[in-house]
Design a protein around this ligand. Structure first.
Ligand code: HPA
Length: 250
């Protein structure tokens, strides 16, 4: 049976309902992951959980050690990765509380350690990244969101910005012209690193605010936190359903 890893983002530093069997503390050639990996049972099967920003939440998006996180998850036995990301909504359909399972991404982040192929030119592999997310995993997320009767879009383009500040109105207008539907700060290099390790990867994005300029109000942390609190129940139910339904090999 496929061993799933869940990477929890902002608002999901702990997977309530996970019966912990072991907190796996791993060091990697790239340093320490954001937190110990929680190995346990969730929705009746073994799962690995990692808090992307640490637990408690303390590591900002541009300082997450994405390489250590993905490496450690694979070392711990992960065979597929479900990433949970809080995002801002750009497309009109992406209102607060809406879910999106992106099918594409554009990377605007910079200066992050973004590849396992560094230093040793002979070993550089140019991974195919035409389709950054795994089709089978995306389908499972979509089926689970449908079964949970969540408001969602089964495709969308994720724009990954550097953060930790939010964007300007002009930056969001540019992202929109580029075709981005949602904006977040943690989708990359995570997705590409998973591909370098040959780990199927998909993203469950929850819209927690209208992106800059998409409402007349300024964006507050209070608004984001409220949306996260309101959406986390559906996130957990959706993940549980993927695990229950996804017993077959990917
Ligand atoms: N921009 C970037 N990242 C985000 C946002 C946003 O508006 N909301 C949540 N993560």
């Amino acid at each position: 049976m496929t061993v799933y890893a869940i990477i929890g983002g902002t608002g999901l530093t702990q997977l309530e309902g996970l019966t912990l069997r072991q907190a796996v503390e791993l060091d990697t050639p790239y340093g320490a992951p954001s937190a110990p990996i929680q190995r346990g049972d969730y929705a009746g099967r073994e799962v690995l959980f990692l808090a992307r920003h640490g637990h408690p939440h303390r590591i900002p998006p541009h300082q997450v050690n994405y390489r250590a996180n993905l490496w450690a998850l694979q070392q711990a036995g992960a065979e597929a990765v479900l990433a949970v990301n809080a995002v801002g909504g750009i497309h009109a359909a992406m209102g607060t509380g809406h879910f999106c399972v992106p099918h594409q991404l554009i990377d605007y982040s910079w200066g992050r350690e973004h590849s396992f192929f560094a230093g040793d030119l002979e070993q550089v592999t140019h991974i195919d990244f035409s389709h950054p997310y795994d089709a089978g995993l995306r389908e499972r997320l979509i089926a689970a969101l449908r079964a949970e009767q969540c408001a969602f879009s089964g495709h969308g383009v994720y724009g990954c910005t550097q953060g930790p500040r939010l964007e300007t109105v002009a930056e969001i207008a540019r992202l929109e012209r580029d075709g981005c539907d949602i904006v977040g700060m943690t989708g990359m290099p995570e997705a590409a690193l998973a591909r370098e390790l040959d780990l199927p990867y998909a993203c469950l994005a929850l819209v927690v605010n209208p992106a800059a300029g998409k409402s007349t109000a300024i964006i507050t942390m209070a608004e984001i936190e409220l949306a996260l609190a309101q959406g986390m129940g559906q996130v957990k139910a959706t993940l549980a359903r993927v695990l229950v339904n996804g017993s077959d090999k990917l």
